[in-house]
Design a protein around this ligand. Structure first.
Ligand code: NAD
Ligand code: MG
Length: 297
């Protein structure tokens, strides 16, 4: 039985996952991903690094957020996940995996483009978990458009509301509950540094997330609250197959990395565990890039 500590050649991992062209309508379901992503279900081994902690993870139903939810539960945390109501099927599976660890799972459906929903999500997480000390802003919207005039005002607005405004609303609502020692982790992207021509709106939000996080990290450090960022490279998740990239380009996107393959959600979870845990007590305002080897500033 392998786990995340087993020595493996990173160029050869996940050779069995076929990241071929595929497309799904809507926001994308893990359940409908033709070639299943790995969220660490069979491999993530906890060592008590988040024992007794209480975490809210937005977009915890699938992809990176789901891998983080599984890892946090196995590290001993109770976990609330927020997600789009239409992704309930994926969310229920992750709730089951959290509960299988003997931890509390709180399911929070709701569209976070609405500020009232964001505040409600935080309130329900606090109530369901009995407090809050880790906030992972991870939900995101990414829709490729080949030219600027194809980006409607509605898309531009929704991408910003989901990726930037919701992070602001959720963080602001969570702050009164966060005691010294708490951690906020935001999900940026390689797109913040190496923006694709087809992801103008999305890339702009990801650069915003970096700036927001570094500014807020300075402000909250004196209160004992650490803010950090994880910036993933191409990771095999429903978002990518639901219009995040043109389907025909999906194989090339993974091959473009130094490791020559897509990353899997399971490979992101340890970064979020590290930044949430007291091991990272002196790590503030940092962006941890997990991108298969694309140089960043
Ligand atoms: P994903 O589709 O599995 O997860 C995103 C989740 O966000 C969805 O499951 C959904 O429940 C939630 N969400 C989206 N819009 C929402 C809304 N309006 N209200 C409530 N919830 C909403 O995809 P993922 O790739 O795991 O994405 C997680 C994060 O990682 C995103 O911020 C994304 O931008 C970022 N990211 C992904 C990649 C990648 O290659 N997959 C690369 C860099 C950054
Ligand atoms: Mg999902």
């Amino acid at each position: 039985m392998t786990d995340q500590y087993t020595l493996q050649d990173p160029t050869k991992m996940y050779a069995d996952i076929d990241t071929k062209a595929q497309y799904q309508e809507g926001s994308g379901l893990d359940a409908k991903l033709r070639d299943k992503a790995d969220h660490g279900e069979k491999t993530y081994r906890g060592t008590g690094r988040l024992s007794g902690r209480k975490a809210l993870i937005t977009g915890g139903d699938s992809g990176i957020g789901a891998a983080v939810a599984i890892a946090y539960a196995r590290e001993g945390a109770d976990v609330a996940i927020s997600y789009l109501p239409e992704e309930k099927e994926d969310a229920q599976r992750i709730v089951g995996l959290i509960e299988a660890e003997g931890r509390i799972a709180v399911a929070l459906p709701g569209d976070i483009v609405n500020p009232a929903v964001c505040r409600e999500i935080v309130a329900m997480a606090v109530e369901g978990l009995g407090g809050l000390d880790i906030v992972v802003n991870n939900a995101g919207k990414q829709q490729f458009r080949e030219s600027l005039d194809e980006i409607t005002d509605e898309q531009f607005d929704e991408t910003f509301k989901t990726n930037v405004y919701a992070m602001f609303w959720i963080t602001k609502a969570a702050l009164p509950h966060l005691k010294p020692g708490s951690a906020i982790i935001n999900t940026s992207s390689i797109q913040a540094y190496a923006p694709s021509e087809m992801l103008v709106d999305y890339a702009t939000t990801k650069a915003s997330i970096n700036a927001f996080s570094k500014a807020l990290a300075q402000q909250l450090a004196p209160k004992g609250i650490r803010v950090n960022v994880v910036a993933p490279g191409p990771i095999w998740t429903p978002l990518q197959t639901a219009g995040g990239q043109p389907p025909v380009l999906l194989p090339a996107v993974g091959e473009s990395t130094a490791l020559g393959r897509w990353g899997q959600p399971a490979e992101l979870a340890p970064a979020y565990v590290f930044l949430a845990s007291p091991e990272a007590s002196y790590v503030v305002g940092e962006t941890l890039n997990v991108n298969g080897g694309s140089p960043t500033p």
